[in-house]
Design a protein around this ligand. Structure first.
Ligand SMILES: [Zn+2]
Length: 154
């Protein structure tokens, strides 16, 4: 994701995802109200345009440290490849909800990104969707960039 890259999300998808977080906040217990899933996007010139999503867990615990870091990485790479092929998407990003509304990365999120060396983590709150791009492959100090999504109405 180079400088000048812009991220667009259709209003309907933005509303559905933030609404889902709002709903799970209201209806589920503290431990298992977190959503996990994947967002698909197409790349057109310097735009990343969200085209869809899939929720894989609607009742997840928040920020559980992986039992096996290596398996977590393998699973992630495998799932991303599979989803790219199945959904015919250029880009696949993993997302999870922060039902507390905090947009910053949690300690566990940072540890995961650090283990992966590079990647994107999308955070969904009840009122916003944003991403964090992380890359420490070529620098000692990791490069962390906030990805702001611009809402588009179709
Ligand atoms: Zn998090």
């Amino acid at each position: 994701m180079s400088a000048g890259f812009r991220y667009l999300i259709p209003e309907q998808i933005f509303d559905e995802l933030t609404e889902m977080v709002k709903k799970s906040e209201e209806t589920k217990s503290e431990e298992d109200k977190h959503l996990y899933g994947w967002i698909f996007a197409d790349r057109k010139e310097n735009f990343g345009i969200v085209t869809g999503y899939t929720v894989t867990n609607e009742e997840a615990q928040s920020h559980v440290r992986p039992k096996s870091w290596m398996r977590m990485k393998k699973n992630k790479i495998y799932t991303m490849r599979k989803l790219k092929a199945d959904k015919n998407a250029d880009i696949v990003w993993q997302f999870h909800s922060h039902n507390d509304g905090i947009e910053e990365l949690h300690d566990t999120d940072l540890k995961i990104l650090n283990y992966l060396s590079t990647g994107v983590m999308i955070i969904i709150t009840n009122s916003n969707i944003l991403g964090w791009f992380f890359d420490k492959r070529e620098t000692k100090k990791p490069l962390i960039d906030k990805m702001i999504f611009e809402i588009i109405s179709e």
